[in-house]
Design a protein around this ligand. Structure first.
Ligand SMILES: [Zn+2]
Length: 190
């Protein structure tokens, strides 16, 4: 949950980009609706698409270190491997955006002592989520919409602009965000 959230604040976190196909669509939607979010960037993706990573920052969104290559076995990696994933991603993101992320999110939200220590040691606060519409599993746009419409003030929501076909996510955001804005929610970057 958002610490000391305003009475109407919610946070959208958008993970696994930047992606040359989906990130521009998400950014365009956010710009049109004046929604600010937090993008968890994969270092390798930022390295490959620095223009997009830079655009995320230039358009006023927060950025978060989401490791260099997004290893799904992160919990089982050695401290050295964890550190390299974090440090390499930080370099790649700084190279692309000229900004050092102050937030960290491990793949699948792993919060082992090694991960937490490494994030802190590199000046980053780990971020969580409490609403997962499971958009990554492509459950159908209607299911993502239904789960996102349940959003309440203080929630941190997980969604994705990379890691596969994100058509359902983009469509769901386009449907849900105007409704939530009408309800009076405000979207804050972390
Ligand atoms: Zn991820």
């Amino acid at each position: 949950m958002l610490p000391a959230a305003g009475a109407t604040a919610v946070a959208l976190t958008v993970d696994d980009g930047p992606d040359p196909h989906w990130t521009p669509q998400v950014l365009a939607l956010f710009a049109r609706l004046r929604v600010q979010a937090t993008f968890s960037l994969i270092g390798r993706q930022a390295r490959a698409h620095p223009d997009l990573a830079r655009r995320v920052v230039e358009e006023g969104h927060s950025i978060c270190n989401h490791t260099m290559t997004h290893p799904l076995t992160f919990a089982r990696r050695t401290p050295t491997e964890v550190r390299r994933q974090v440090v390499d991603a930080q370099s790649a993101i700084i190279d692309a955006t000229s900004e050092a992320p102050r937030l960290f999110r491990a793949p699948a939200g792993v919060r082992s002592p090694t991960v937490l220590r490494t994030a802190a040691g590199n000046g980053m606060v780990p971020i969580d989520w409490n609403v997962d519409p499971r958009d990554w599993s492509r459950p159908g746009t209607a299911n993502i919409v239904r789960r996102m419409l349940a959003m309440r003030p203080g929630d941190i929501v997980l969604c994705h602009d990379g890691g596969g076909n994100r058509q359902e996510t983009v469509q769901a955001l386009g449907t849900v965000l105007p409704v939530l804005l009408d309800r009076g929610l405000t979207f804050v970057p972390l």
